[in-house]
Design a binder for this molecule. Sequence first.
Ligand code: SF4
Ligand code: FES
Length: 322
Amino acid sequence: MIKVTIDNILIEVDEGTTILNAARKIGGKVVPPAMCYYSKLKGSGGKCRTCLVKVSHSSTKDPRPMPKLVASCSTPVQDGMVVENLTSPEVIDARKGIVEFLLLNHPLDCPVCDQAGECDLQDLSFGFGMEETATEEQRREFPMTDIGDKIKLHMNRCILCYRCVYVADQLTDQRLHGILYRGDVSEIGTFIQNAITNDFSGNVIDVCPVGALTDKTFRFKSRVWFLKPMNVHRECSKCSGKVTAWMFGNEIYRITGRKDQYGELEEYICNECRFEKKALTDWVIEGPRHIKRQSVISANHYERMKMQSIIKPIEGLMESQE
Ligand code: SF4
Ligand code: FES
């Protein structure tokens, strides 16, 4: 085991653990934000620099000069390492710079974006963004694209985190999209407008940290904070069938995978569960889902209501449908 101190908290972790994962073991505000790292995707991380922290002391074995800022998602801890996250003004400054950099091209269209309320960049801007932009250059603009009949690509919003590419690579048989070109003209594309049609392609929507990939069956139907997330499940031959149903009254507006406190999926779900099963009778309702991440969608207090007051009207409706 290796000893590391993060924001004055000492913790022991296994050798090879990254600073970010060591911080996640402590939890709470010590955890740096992450826009491209995804614990369930091999090779993710190291693209966005959102997770920068200051290593103020490395280890006696490491002769590199310290302190310096490093990407916590891809830097392994060393014995005796001292890391500063929120306790370092330099880290806060760097994070402000990263937000500004990410927003150089990202449009400020939260009022009309389906990801609003559960967008990592929105949360990051709220925490570290400036009120005004220092630049007057035009943002990049791309036409909106349909990637198949269920997924909309809004390239203007993409931060090139590569998560969706890794999902396609690691979860599906054949990757049909990727990052085309280099530098500031890079874009997510299928080249010849291929549809991404395999059974697990919908997961690219859930892993996208911004609103670049959205669910066409839900687009513009409601703001997420008006919906009640419920844990529901069904027998499914392709995935575990355990999902979150986002409901308005007794209607299911959208289905997503279940996400943890870092906004990462607990399990990937299939397209049939995600896109085809929107009737209440398709699902067994378990109860309200507790949203662990800090976001506007976790602000509702309906969880305190008695389960009966939620389930009873739904049961009544299901009986009348039979
Ligand atoms: S579309 Fe979303 S998931 Fe894919 S690279 Fe862009 S921001 Fe990342
Ligand atoms: S989360 Fe570490 S570089 Fe993106």
